[in-house]
Design a binder for this molecule. Structure first.
Ligand SMILES: Cc1cc2nc3c(=O)[nH]c(=O)nc-3n(C[C@H](O)[C@H](O)[C@H](O)COP(=O)(O)OP(=O)(O)OC[C@H]3O[C@@H](n4cnc5c(N)ncnc54)[C@H](O)[C@@H]3O)c2cc1C
Length: 405
């Protein structure tokens, strides 16, 4: 008889895990997925395109209903898991229903952070995490009244771009002195800022949000240095927090995320976690690729094969506000490393490669990211680059040709 395997969360990590599981252990598990969002799993990354009006919301589903049905997966969506009874191997669901498991996987993702400032609970304050948020933001876009987006990382830039594209006047506030400081060095961030401003988005750096003004709904945002920005709505895109409450209440070890070992197992035997809710070797990843790598390893492990997750080399390779951006590895460089840079501000391109001990260890690209995956491969494989050092800046084809000549 198939063992009951229950997955909590019907997001990107869960969908990939089911995909991998049906390939590796067909028939071994009776899989049930419990998801709080009232729709089939969708590609969350594409919410930015939905907001920008480039993709329809119903086109971002990861798998059609028939795919889940044909693989015998029991799907319960619009349904929140409320408690894990570790001893009885039972998961409680909204409405007092319980479901038994022999293996349980937590794939509960993260929630958007709301800054703890006065006015954060006023009407007109939004977040940008799921398709319900996007529906609300789309109604803002129609009104074309000024909006403040708080957060100059990937999410904030995407929210600002989507709203600006729909004709909304947008001011983007960022606490730090440069955009996307976790992915970009100062020149790359400066170039990104100018490209974003060309799209009509006003960017305020060193902007510490002190309070949100308004009697019953948002009227403006006050910064700590006294600047006041008039706004009809505020979108918080200033970070995420892993959803760990379920695990914590069940007594599992939780730091920032649910702590897992190299088999993605939590502190409770037979209970696993992956994706944004998991913390592996002290790291909570906020990107899709690590979640997919974890899904591959967990599916192999659950199928009884040898598999261990060593952690991921994080790379960012995306279009931010319509601008191609890539960043990977140690892009800032450390003592003893050297950097090669190429910058053409008028064309809107910037490239930086960081080399240490004869190997590429980090890279930042803005504008032209055609060779991003090649650089990523060099970083991940730790390949010696001495033979292509002087040509690698100009891309794979030139560097490989020069080496062959
Ligand atoms: C707008 C946007 C753009 C992004 N762009 C990129 C990008 O370009 N590149 C990139 O790598 N990453 C991007 N990300 C991040 C990426 O989407 C996440 O890393 C990925 O979705 C994580 O997958 P997950 O399954 O761990 O979490 P999620 O996809 O968040 O899924 C978790 C699911 O669990 C559900 N859940 C939580 N608690 C419970 C409960 N108790 N019971 C039942 N269900 C529950 C949630 O409702 C949710 O549906 C973006 C994210 C957003 C919001």
């Amino acid at each position: 008889m198939s063992e009951p395997l229950v997955i909590v969360g019907n997001g990107m990590a869960a969908a990939r895990l089911v995909d991998e599981l049906v390939k590796t252990s067909l028939g071994r598990y009776a899989i049930a997925v419990i998801g709080e969002e009232p729709r089939l799993a969708y590609n969350r990354v594409l919410l930015s395109s939905v907001l920008a009006g480039e993709t329809a919301s119903h086109d971002i589903e990861l798998k059609p209903a028939g795919w889940w049905r044909d693989r015998g997966v029991t799907l319960k969506y619009g349904c929140r898991a409320t408690e894990i009874d570790v001893g009885r191997r039972e998961l409680k669901i909204d409405g007092d229903e319980s479901i038994e498991f022999s293996r349980l996987v937590l794939a509960t993702g993260s929630s958007a952070l709301r800054l703890n400032v006065p006015g954060a609970d006023l009407a007109g304050v939004h977040t940008f995490r799921d398709s319900r948020d996007v529906d609300l933001l789309l109604t803002l876009a129609v009104r074309k009244k000024p909006v403040v987006v708080v957060g100059g990382g990937l999410l904030g830039l995407e929210a600002a771009y989507g709203l600006a594209k729909a004709g909304t006047p947008v001011t983007l506030l960022h606490l730090m002195d440069r955009l996307m400081e976790r992915q970009l060095d100062a020149p790359a961030a400066e170039l990104l800022k100018s490209l974003v401003e060309r799209k009509g988005i006003k960017v305020e750096l060193n902007a510490n949000t002190a309070r949100i003004h308004g009697a019953t709904r948002v009227e403006g945002v006050q910064l700590a240095d006294g600047r006041l920005i008039t706004a009809d709505a505020v979108v918080f895109a200033a970070g995420i927090r892993p959803n760990t409450a379920l695990a914590k209440e069940a007594g599992l070890t939780v730091n920032r995320g649910v702590v897992v070992d190299d088999h993605l197992q939590t502190s409770a035997p037979g209970i696993f976690a992956l994706g944004e809710c998991a913390e592996h070797r002290g790291v909570c990843y906020g990107l899709v690729e690590p979640a997919y790598e974890q899904a591959r390893v967990l599916a192999r492990h659950l199928s009884g094969r040898d598999a261990a997750y060593p952690g991921s080399v994080v790379a960012t390779n995306l279009k931010v506000s319509g601008v191609s951006v890539f960043s990977a590895g140690d892009f800032l460089g450390t003592d003893g490393s050297e950097a090669i840079m190429l910058s053409d501000i008028r064309r809107g391109t910037y490239k930086k490669l960081v080399i240490a001990e004869g190997r590429l260890v980090g890279a930042v690209l803005v504008g032209d990211t055609a060779d991003a995956l090649w650089y990523l491969d060099l970083i991940r494989e730790r390949k010696p680059v001495a033979a292509i050092r002087s040509d690698m800046m100009f891309g794979r084809s030139l560097a490989v040709e020069a080496k062959a000549a």
